[in-house]
Design a binder for this molecule. Structure first.
Ligand SMILES: Cc1cc2nc3c(=O)[nH]c(=O)nc-3n(C[C@H](O)[C@H](O)[C@H](O)COP(=O)(O)OP(=O)(O)OC[C@H]3O[C@@H](n4cnc5c(N)ncnc54)[C@H](O)[C@@H]3O)c2cc1C
Ligand code: FES
Ligand code: FES
Length: 1494
């Protein structure tokens, strides 16, 4: 094999000098003789010679045939979609195999040498799933499925590591799954995580026919989990008396009962007339069996099909004789069928047996790693195997980039566009990765420092620190402090590869390890060829922003961490505050150490901070003020606090923003340390609450898994039909589709200015780049074709003359590969003349920058222009401005499209990850000039959408279509996460300026409000969003006099768009803020009483004159949840808690919601079509206008068709959604997918049923479809039918204020209530959700499992909206939060600790509920959007907690809390003395570093 030559033409800095490059050749020839990577991939040996040096492990895996299960979600280690498992030899115990979950998107390909890569495909398939895959699918842990393979692989690593081959024991506790950070590197945007955790916890019970060790230390094991364990084990360990039937046999087994199966004691099995409460007996959600045999439910699965129809004779007789000739063929049902008993789902699981797992390839035990080198003229990779080799290489070529875990380096390559001509992988060098531990007693006694190898992984260090601290106790407190930092350092996948050397060498100001190392007085040991080994104290290391004093050719070999001797009185602690607890970079991070003498006088103090300056920094002034003082007196603490304000005299516009919060945190963390150290040193008794950080228990919760309305197919809890495929990685998304012949990739040229004239665009340099084929822009299509828009055509596909937001598309380069296309797009030179940019709503109002909208709602006095009279009649008036920020959709699959032009007639297949096939077709037709009937816009599934792909997906397909037409070649594009976030718009930031009038007893009498949404640079659907906003400003409350005006602001941000709820959650947030303000202002009325007092009653009219009808169930829901959640007594307990706790505050709230269903102001969209084709073998092909984005629409529609046609579910198949099948389909949106398409499906089935009626009569009601269809076919009956439905009754005309004539705006209201209780750490602003209970009126659910999933997922998404998700712009209009690193969606440990979901089924008397006016498919209700607002219960519970803190702090000003309630806002709102001490005064003309645009 020819050796790669040294780089001739480096891509980017640092440029190697020719002499250096030349000087590498002898080294390559002498040492680095092999360019081959030897490894195993899913059990197969691979020798990969001289691979593409730019490839990460993910690039390699996805280039392999059949390995598309590993996904690209972000490319920055922040979402976990790319997780694979590396099977390697253990580090400390070499004969043990270790399973490491890693982010393939960051992991350098060179690092796989000598290891076994296991991808999702390696562990199971649909035909033979791994038990983990099967359980996640059956327990509804996969919705859109894009996150699923990554989550499966993280859990797979955990499960594999839980089995000890030597002792044959399996040890996995609930806390292993939840509390040790194994899932903190994985995000899911759909499920709300609960079902995934539940599926994972089924493994706690597995004993693998060997030994089970249960973690009895886990006293926290929640009731639900205990019961789930009982259910899987069939009662073992519980009070039930029978044997459990678990695979390894049960302790209660007797010879006569050995084969027993589950006999569940599920409360759900005995339906009650009341919603579930929290008693032990009711904590079970489903009957679950672990057993191999699957009894199939014939209503779900059981289709048998004829042999090819032409080989058959015409049917004769009653058809029964045909049965013998039936042949079972493959069915369409992807998810394994489930059963139910009396409305309660019954699940069967395959046993888990490690004997069937992929083994560590024997050849790898003996494999000896050799020095490696591969690459090309642009980039070289080296992999030395000894420290000497590494030092020598660095000596020859000092600017060679060392790469450890690549968790910094790869992020720089991908997002900062740097590349390194020479990269050196150091993590396989034993001297660097293996930390030797003190083992013997004498070693331990004499040890005075820990000598950590520089590239030991953080996971390994976490274990080492824990181990040594356990043995040495107080002396090793610094290790405990480090362990604490490592636990919340990145996600598990990051910690499995990242190193301390990497963290130190990066010198990030927000490094988590460095403050602790600095406080501890640690030093770095390094080596160079010229100097040999030397040492640098950490305090001399960080010399400037991300710069160290290390020589360029140095290799860090060790880190020396001093340990205190046993006679020294010293305490070391670490603290970190981030936006999200798990996997987040710190806002402020700190390491503190204090040493006192026998008199309690401070001898040494080190206060080190990250996040307060461009480097990790010691608070010198504070240290100086404290040293020599008596530590335990509060005056010393005050001195320290005062000096800290001088150490960190931040300016208002400090880089990174949050000046006041950072400064407050600096003080608060020190305050906490002082108390903690005083307590640890035994100097004084302190309030433990100051020390305790927010802790999370294990998640529990239930679904009231019982459906009294269950029918043959409809109403059953069928798993999502693609769930199993999603769990095995076989489900195909756009970018997984096989590469087409001569396919090209698009790379977008984006504006780097928010508002500017385009002076010149020079794409010539891009065309020079390798692999580039062409470029398109506005000149590639007629001017009139360069314009699009969902409602108004006001947005160019390509910027024309001017750019109007940062990230706007200027052009597109296309090339042979995606990497080449992206590189070339960056090479296009754009020259701008900057213009002033408007970013915020306030700026837009000031500049009168609005899109024409002019819609309002008037009721009562407002109709006659008499609002002032209405206000005059009120006892009290309140006014305010309420803001709610936008929300990034963060679907895990970014926008993607593939356009395949056909050689004939200009026709095209346009695959797009879109909710809107019709609009995609329409605009592709426009830009190509080809009529719609030749454009087949198609989508099989999306990896999440949430409204974000209703319109914003359209331009990408169009750009590709233009290029595809031009080149006559297929074109593909998948946006990078940062591009997607910059380009595709968000939920609208909204501001409402309101005035409300009330009577003294709390009746709201008048409301006047101006609502503004930030539309961005084009209208998209912003007007319709504003319509829904003002039609939901009433939430559930009757207000007699209302004047509501909507305004749509034009700004220079991306164009904001639909997002689950479409303006309604924002509106209801404002309503509830108004109610809180009233309750706080009146102070004589409790907020719950205020809500009840103003609730709609039957017969009332909304501000758009829709009558509240008999299906108004909010009062019933409130009553039932009040009882089931024990609301009143918990509220009293919260009040008691707040009286007796100063440093933690709790809040609880109970809030109702109603959500109007229908496309409210686009009447024409309320229609749907479907086609149903019955084939002569009895199988059914279903198409409808809806698209599948994880919400389970295909599953529900198949259920409807199966129910209507009287066939098993698995005889129905939907391949995809496409415009060739369904013309003029509305977007799948507004929660109306099931309502509209379900009725159309029903209509088509009814037509077919009518045609088949004679055959049913002839062959009898039980005759199989194959018999009937076959007979009908021979009689030349048309077995294909088109169904159609349009929503009746609705059609409100804006401006109609006549109650007699106004048509309803909405077809019906989905209603729900939520109770949430939270705990707030007033020192940091951190919080946890202790418990949430949700009850929804969803009518008669078509598939409760899917609806529970929608409720839980929507709630958690709403929780994110109202708490941690914050979009920020720079002053120049660039979106700063454009990846999971900066934009935080809720993770596994953010969900409510107790999370109960139920559906309304009975009235207050326990009678089954009826819906008098509901005329929907199977009497179900749309559920996708309505529960999202209930996420605001977290906000309002937090508001209560803040209120309690403010009362304690005697703050008199009314509380104004905007959304999201980030830790920053919450902490500052507490307004205690530390907040005041840390105040940062804004100087004249000074602006904040970031802009929030609401
Ligand atoms: C998703 C994500 C989350 C993160 N979360 C956190 C967090 O919570 N807290 C935090 O502090 N950081 C965090 N980081 C940053 C990063 O993970 C850490 O800095 C990590 O310690 C880097 O280690 P590494 O081995 O991956 O370094 P690499 O990326 O391999 O290298 C980083 C730098 O160190 C140099 N280097 C590596 N080894 C040596 C050596 N032996 N001698 C000299 N130089 C060396 C490299 O040349 C490079 O300049 C996160 C990063 C990501 C992507
Ligand atoms: S794609 Fe790798 S972590 Fe997101
Ligand atoms: S199922 Fe997890 S992101 Fe969709």
């Amino acid at each position: 094999m020819a050796l790669p030559s040294p780089p001739k033409k480096p891509l980017a800095a640092p440029p190697p000098s020719i002499s250096a490059a030349d000087s590498l050749s002898p080294l390559i020839q002498a040492t680095y003789k092999s360019p081959d990577l030897n490894f195993y991939l899913n059990g197969r040996k691979v020798v990969l010679s001289n691979p593409n040096p730019h490839w990460t492990l993910l690039d390699y895996i996805r280039a392999q045939h059949g390995l598309k299960g590993t996904k690209l979600g972000c490319g920055e280690g922040g979402c976990g979609a790319c997780t694979v498992v590396l099977q390697t030899k253990g580090i400390q115990e070499k004969r043990k195999v270790s399973h490491l979950a890693v982010n393939a998107c960051l992991f350098p390909l060179v690092g796989v040498d000598g290891k076994h890569i296991i991808t999702i495909e390696g562990i199971g398939s649909v035909s033979n799933p791994h038990p983990l895959q099967e359980r996640i699918a059956k327990l509804h842990g996969s919705q859109c499925g894009f996150c699923t393979p990554g989550i499966v692989m993280s859990l797979y690593a955990l499960i594999r590591n839980s089995y000890d081959v030597d002792t044959k024991t399996f040890h996995l506790s609930a806390s292993d799954i939840e509390s040790k950070g194994h899932l903190d590197g994985n995000l899911c945007r759909c499920t709300g995580y609960k079902p995934i955790l539940q599926a994972a916890k089924t493994f706690i019970t597995e004993d693998l026919k060997e030994h089970l060790i249960e973690d009895f230390k886990d006293s926290n094991t929640p009731i639900l989990q205990a019961n789930l364990l009982d259910v899987v084990q069939g009662g073992c360990g519980s009070s039930s008396t029978g044997p459990c039937g678990r695979p390894g046999g049960c302790c209660r087994d007797t010879s006569s009962n050995k084969s027993s199966t589950t006999d569940s004691k599920s409360a759900a099995g005995s339906p009650s007339t009341q919603p579930s409460s929290m008693s032990d007996e009711e904590q079970i959600s489903a009957n679950i069996e672990t057993n191999k045999g699957l009894d199939q439910d014939s209503c779900i699965s059981g289709s048998t099909y004829f042999k090819p129809v032409k080989s058959l004779q015409a049917p004769i007789g009653n058809g029964a004789e045909n049965h013998s000739e039936n042949t079972k063929v493959g069915t369409s049902l992807d998810a394994p069928p489930s059963q139910s008993q009396k409305g309660v789902p019954k699940l069967h699981f395959a046993e888990y047996s490690p004997g069937t797992e992929l083994i560590f390839p024997p050849a790898l035990w003996k494999y000896e790693q050799k020095p490696l080198c591969y690459g090309n003229g642009m980039k070289l990779w080296f992999r030395p195997v000894t420290l000497d080799q590494l030092v020598e290489l660095k000596g020859i070529y000092p600017s060679a980039k060392l790469v450890g875990g690549a968790s910094e380096v790869q992020v720089e390559i991908r997002f900062k566009n740097v590349d390194f001509a020479v990269s050196v992988y150091v993590s396989d060098i034993e001297e660097l990765k293996e930390t030797k531990l003190p083992i013997s007693k004498s070693e331990l006694e004499s040890i005075d420092e820990l000598y950590l190898s520089a590239n030991t992984s953080l996971t390994e260090l976490e274990r080492i620190c824990e181990d040594v601290y356990e043995k040495l106790g107080q002396r090793a407190m610094v290790l405990e402090a480090l362990r604490k930092q490592f636990r919340y350092f990145g996600g598990r996948q990051i910690r499995n590869v990242a190193s301390l050397a990497g963290n130190i060498a990066t010198a990030s100001p927000i490094s988590d390890a460095n403050p602790v190392l600095l406080a501890a007085g640690a030093s770095v040991v390094a080596q160079t060829k010229s100097k040999g080994m030397f040492q640098i104290p950490i305090e001399q290391l960080f010399i400037a922003y991300r710069t160290t004093s290390l020589p360029a050719d140095a290799v860090i070999t060790h880190i020396r961490v001093p340990l205190a001797s046993s006679d020294i009185r010293e305490v070391t602690k670490a603290y970190k505050q981030a936006k999200r607890k798990d996997d987040d970079i710190a806002i402020v991070t700190a390491g503190f150490r204090v040493r006192i003498n026998d008199e309690g006088i401070v001898e040494e103090i080190a206060l080190s901070y990250g996040g307060m300056a461009p480097t990790t920094l010691s608070a010198r002034k504070s240290e100086d003020a404290i040293v020599g003082k008596e530590w335990a007196i509060s005056k010393t603490m005050e001195l320290g606090l005062d000096a800290l304000t001088k150490d960190f005299d931040l300016s208002f516009g400090v880089p990174g923003g949050m000046a006041h919060y950072r400064k407050t945190l600096a003080l608060s963390l020190f305050f906490r340390f002082w108390h903690e150290s005083v307590a640890d040193l035994g100097l004084e008794r302190v309030d433990n609450q100051i020390i305790m950080e927010i802790r999370r228990g294990l998640s529990t919760g239930l679904r009231d898994d019982y459906n009294p309305n269950e029918q043959r197919v409809v109403g059953k809890q069928i798993p999502h039909l693609s769930a199993l495929k999603q769990c095995t990685g076989e489900a195909e998304y756009i970018d997984d589709m096989p590469r087409q012949e001569r396919e090209l990739f698009g790379g977008l040229v984006l504006s780097l200015k928010a508002h500017a004239k385009l002076l010149e665009v020079d794409w010539a340099p891009a065309l020079e780049m390798p692999g580039v084929v062409g470029y398109i822009d506005k000149n590639s299509i007629p001017t009139e074709a360069n314009i699009w828009g969902s409602i108004f055509k006001d947005e160019p596909f390509f910027a024309d003359g001017e750019v109007q937001h940062y990230g706007q598309v200027i052009g597109m380069v296309y090339a042979e590969t995606a990497l080449e296309a992206h590189a070339a797009a960056r090479a296009v030179k754009v020259y701008y003349e900057e213009l002033p940019a408007i970013l915020t709503i306030d700026e837009a109002i000031k500049a009168k920058s609005f899109f024409k909208h002019e819609k309002d709602l008037k009721k009562g006095a407002a109709i006659h222009g008499k609002m002032e009279d209405a206000f005059a009649a009120c006892d009290r008036l309140f006014e305010g401005t309420t803001r709610i920020g936008g929300q990034e959709h963060f679907y895990l699959e970014t926008n993607a499209s593939l356009v395949i032009p056909h050689s004939e007639d200009g026709s095209m297949e346009v695959w797009s990850s879109t909710q809107n096939c019709m609009e995609t077709q329409e605009f592709v037709s426009q830009v190509t000039g080809v009529p719609s009937n030749r454009i087949n816009a198609r989508v099989k599934r999306m990896g999440g959408a949430f409204g974000g792909k209703e319109s914003r997906s359209v331009p990408f397909a169009c750009l590709l279509a233009i290029a595809a037409k031009k080149e006559r070649r297929p074109m593909r594009l998948m946006l990078n996460r940062d591009e997607d976030m910059m380009l595709s718009g968000q939920r609208h930031p909204i501001q409402v300026r309101w005035k409300v009038g009330v009577s003294n007893d709390g009746k709201i009498l008048a409301l006047d409000a101006d609502s503004y949404d930030n539309a961005g640079f084009s209208q998209d659907m912003s007007g319709a969003v504003m319509d829904r906003c003002i039609t939901h400003l009433d939430n559930c409350y009757e207000i007699p006099n209302v004047y509501l005006r909507g305004h749509v602001c034009k700004t220079n941000t991306h164009s904001n768009t639909a997002f689950r709820g479409f303006g309604a959650p924002q509106a209801m947030f404002v309503t509830e803020t108004i109610l809180s303000t009233i309750a706080e202002g009146l102070s004589s009325i409790d907020i719950d009483e205020l809500r009840l007092k103003n609730l709609y009653t039957i017969g009332d009219r909304t501000p758009f004159f829709q009558q509240i009808d008999e299906d108004w169930h909010i009062p019933t829901l409130l009553d039932q949840i009040r009882a089931s959640s024990d609301y009143d007594s918990r509220k009293a307990k919260v009040a008691e808690f707040n009286v007796s706790n100063k440093w933690k505050k709790r809040g609880i709230c109970l809030i109702p919601t109603k959500f109007g269903l229908s496309f409210a102001t686009a009447l024409h969209l309320n229609q749907a079509g479907a086609t149903v084709k019955i084939y002569a073998d009895g199988s059914v092909l279903l198409h409808h206008g809806g698209t599948e984005m994880g919400q389970g629409l295909y599953t529900k529609m198949c259920q409807v068709a199966a129910q209507e046609l009287g066939v098993p579910l698995d005889s129905i198949y939907t391949h995809d959604s496409q415009t060739y099948q369904i013309a003029n389909a509305s977007p799948t949106a507004a929660s109306s997918g099931s309502d509209l398409n379900g009725m159309a499906v029903k209509n088509a089935c009814e037509i077919l049923n009518e045609r088949l009626r004679p055959y049913r009569e002839k062959y009898g009601p039980d005759a199989a479809m194959k018999t009937i269809a076959h007979a009908a076919y021979f009689d030349r009956v048309d077995l294909a039918a088109n169904g159609f439905w349009k929503m009746p009754k609705i059609g409100y005309q804006w401006g109609d204020t006549n109650a007699d004539t106004a048509k309803p705006m909405y077809y019906y209201f989905t209603q729900g209530v939520g109770v949430t209780e939270v705990e707030l750490d007033v020192l940091t602003g951190d919080h946890t959700v202790l418990r949430t209970d949700i009850m929804m009126d969803v009518g008669q659910s078509i598939n409760p499992a899917i609806d529970y999933g929608q409720i839980e997922g929507a709630f958690v998404q709403g929780q994110g909206l109202f708490t941690i998700e914050e979009s920020l712009w720079t002053r120049s209009g660039e979106l700063a939060t454009r990846g999971p690193g900066t934009y935080k969606i809720p993770g596994f440990s953010d969900i409510p600790q107790v999370f109960n979901v139920s559906m309304l089924r009975h009235d207050d008397q326990g009678r089954p509920l009826t819906w008098k006016h509901l005329r929907t498919i199977q009497s179900s209700k749309g559920i996708g959007e309505p529960p999202l607002f209930l996420g605001a219960t977290v906000f309002f519970a937090l508001r209560e907690a803040v209120k309690a803190a403010r009362e304690m702090n005697e703050v008199k000003e009314p509380l104004v809390l905007h959304s999201p309630a980030t830790a920053e806002k919450l902490r500052l709102a507490v307004a205690d003395s530390l907040v005041k001490k840390a105040e940062v005064i804004r100087k004249d003309g000074e602006s904040g570093f970031f802009v929030s645009v609401a």
